[in-house]
Design a protein around this ligand. Structure first.
Ligand code: AMP
Ligand code: MG
Length: 411
């Protein structure tokens, strides 16, 4: 018995995005594992990372120069007796016991400031003769010395669970002595391409056939977003075949389908999902490319039905599916953020849909420009090869002049 699909729900881009975000907050990652520090790059932290001691652990000099008592430099130039030299790595025994009035100690960046000194004068403002240094510039108490714990006191959280490890996080973890970290397991993401015209990439396609590129672009997007892709066989546009493969896909943490969600007679994906008792949160969004995008849940698993045209598949993954994948990977939710750039040339579009068109961003420093990659519709993979971003065109305007600011999503 074929269950009747629910009536279509076409949402604005923003509402559709918020719907995905709302559901993403409901999911939890599947488990944790321990990985070595460098292997944690790109992974999502399942533990906190805290300062294991004060940062810095001692009164640290920030400059090469002389440790002084600031009050000694009230009248310039001032000449002080040099009573020692403190290198980075110097232990307490190497440090002069105390800097008394009229005295200074040579000091290097990263070395502990000696007792009595309350500032460091940069070497550039000093000259040394015999054991005396002449200083030509005054300092304020505290200058060029970082106090213990001022960056982070012992115990302060530095990274929270749910953050993604990048090079800065790796550096932080290293600085608190962590050689391994607990991260969330990567969610398993099933990828199911559908269509009678689709053939495996190793096969020689007939003139009427198309190679299955979507399973591969999606697998790459999944991996980049922190998931473990599992490419299933290509589903024919036939109920029983789709049923078997969707059943298999619903065993994973998330199911991504490509194709079969438009209005055609053989677009059966929604109908077959309904047979699994699927709830549909939306069955379309006011965007181009990607308007027929579907988001729902069946048997406790979320799924996205992504339109089969290759650019539609890629864009709708980035705009919607990625947020759910990141949540399943344990990442704290983050809103979709746009950059802004000036249009290099004027641009005309039809109104009514928010567009995410393949664009090329170029220029440097504050003169970043973007132009259309010149596409021939949602199936134009060649345009994707010429592009490095998507230009976001609001739904209500038809004409944009050169030099206008537009929003951009980087790829
Ligand atoms: P559909 O969304 O099923 O109507 O598919 C739209 C068009 O996208 C098809 O005519 C194909 O040209 C193309 N297409 C669908 N699935 C794939 C795929 N897996 N890989 C590459 N192109 C595809
Ligand atoms: Mg199809």
């Amino acid at each position: 018995m074929a269950a009747a699909p629910q009536p279509p729900t076409i949402l604005s881009f923003e509402d559709a995005r918020h719907e995905v975000e709302r559901h993403s907050r409901e999911v939890r990652p599947g488990g944790t594992e321990s990985v070595s520090l460098l292997a944690s790059m790109g992974r999502v932290l399942a533990q906190g990372v805290a300062a294991d001691r004060d940062f810095p652990p001692f009164r640290r000099a920030m400059r090469d120069g002389y440790a002084v008592r600031a009050a000694d430099l009230a009248h310039l130039p001032a000449t002080l007796q040099v009573v020692g030299e403190i290198k980075a790595g110097a232990s307490p025994e190497d440090v002069p016991l105390e800097i008394r009035p009229g005295q200074a100690a040579g000091i290097m960046t990263g070395a502990p400031a000696p007792y009595g000194a309350d500032a460091v004068v940069m070497i550039e403002y000093t000259s040394l003769k015999d054991n005396y240094v002449t200083i030509t510039r005054g300092v304020t108490s505290g200058d060029n010395i970082v106090l213990p714990g001022s960056e982070a006191p012992k115990g302060q959280p530095l990274l929270t669970p749910g953050s993604r490890m990048d090079y800065a996080a790796i550096g932080l973890a290293a600085s608190v002595g962590l050689e391994s970290l607990t991260v969330y397991r990567r969610p398993k993401i099933a990828i199911l391409s559908t269509g009678d015209e689709i053939v495996e990439i190793g096969a020689q396609p007939g003139p009427h056939q198309i190679r299955n590129s979507n399973s591969y672009s999606l697998a790459a997007q999944v991996a980049a977003a922190g998931g473990e892709p599992n490419i299933l066989s290509i589903a024919r546009d036939e109920r029983s075949h789709l049923l078997a493969l969707i059943e298999q896909g619903l065993q994973s943490d998330l199911l991504l389908l490509s194709g079969g969600v438009s209005m055609g007679k053989y677009d059966l994906v929604e109908q077959v999902l309904a047979e699994f008792g699927a709830e549909f949160f939306f069955t379309g969004a006011q965007i181009q490319p990607g308007r027929p995008v579907v988001f729902g849940r069946a048997q406790g698993r979320y799924f996205f039905g992504l339109p089969g045209n290759p650019i539609s598949t890629m864009v709708t993954f980035e705009l919607f599916a990625k947020a759910m994948l990141e949540a399943l990977a344990g990442m704290a939710p983050r809103p979709l953020q746009f950059l802004h750039a000036r249009l290099k040339a004027e641009l005309a579009v039809k109104t009514g849909l928010k567009r995410f068109l393949p664009g090329f961003l170029s220029g440097e420093f504050e003169n970043v420009e973007v132009k259309l990659a010149g596409w021939h519709g949602s199936g134009d993979v060649a345009a994707m090869g010429r592009s490095n971003c998507y230009i976001v065109i609001p739904e209500e305007r038809a004409k944009f002049s050169a030099g206008e600011w537009v929003a951009v999503v980087m790829r």
